[in-house]
Design a protein around this ligand. Structure first.
Ligand code: PGA
Length: 252
């Protein structure tokens, strides 16, 4: 059965001492509540993975990276490979975030290659999809999401897709304070799940967690997570405040 998940995407934020304080506060907050119904994932910038990994040793949460190289180890200056992440016991990795698609020209083909590297290294990919405001206004958002999901993921077999988390993040909602309504989120999540059911099977579709991302916060999380096909959230801004992040993790 699909899991409830709350993943914090710190993006390119925090200095080392701030990251240290933030993860300690998050660990403290998680210690205080029984979170067996939700998997909490913290995705810091690469240099802080070890720090966050250390904090996860005595409190139950998972550690995720925000990006991975599509190449193996070797002469690829500046890249971080899936094998390196695996050697640090990283559990999850975000792939294809809209900021990477926009600023680093990541394509669906890149997403597919990165997903493959992660699965080979036994790391669960969190694959982001979502339309721009112009695409939503033009009514082409379902087409866009269909191509992002199918080109990024549909080469996977049933076992591989079950290890993959999908995050629906409308670009117009990310960091804008303009959250999708619960109806808008549910509609797209149901669309993605129907695609999975058609490509694989109903059973497989029920095993894949689909997260909502885009100005999800402690006030609106409960309503969003209550939707049938919304299995949790990928949280940006609100994951940088420990109390808010914990409150979101309690919102199921
Ligand atoms: P936000 O970001 O919560 O700050 O809107 C979400 C994301 O980009 O993953």
């Amino acid at each position: 059965m699909r899991r409830n998940i709350v993943a914090g995407n710190w993006k390119s934020n925090e200095l080392f001492s701030q990251a240290d304080e933030l993860i300690n506060d998050i660990a403290e907050g998680l210690r205080e509540f029984d979170n067996t119904d939700v998997d909490v994932i913290v995705c810091p910038p690469f240099p802080y993975l070890e720090l966050v990994g250390d904090a996860s040793e005595d409190v139950e949460f998972f550690v995720g990276a925000q990006n991975v190289s599509k190449f193996d180890n070797g002469a690829f200056t500046g890249e971080v490979s899936a094998k390196m992440l695996q050697s640090m016991n990283i559990d999850y990795c975000i792939v294809g975030h809209s900021e990477r698609r926009k600023y680093f020209n990541e394509t669906n083909q890149d997403v597919a290659e990165k997903v493959n590297k992660l699965l080979e290294a036994d790391i669960n990919p969190i694959v982001c999809v979502g339309e721009s405001l112009a695409q939503r206004e033009a009514g082409t958002h379902f087409d866009l999401i269909r191509s992002q999901v199918s080109e990024g993921l549909f080469h996977l077999d049933c076992e591989q897709i079950k290890k993959t988390v999908i995050a629906y993040e409308p670009v117009w909602a990310i960091g804008t304070g303009k959250t999708a309504t619960k109806e808008q989120a549910q509609e797209v999540h149901a669309f993605i799940r129907a695609m999975l059911a058609e490509k694989y099977s109903d059973d497989v579709a029920q095993e894949v967690s689909i997260l909502y991302g885009g100005s999800c916060n402690a006030k609106n999380a409960r309503e969003l997570f209550a939707q049938t096909d919304v299995d949790g959230g990928l949280i940006g801004g609100a994951s940088l405040k420990a109390a808010d992040f914990i409150e979101i993790a309690r919102s199921f």
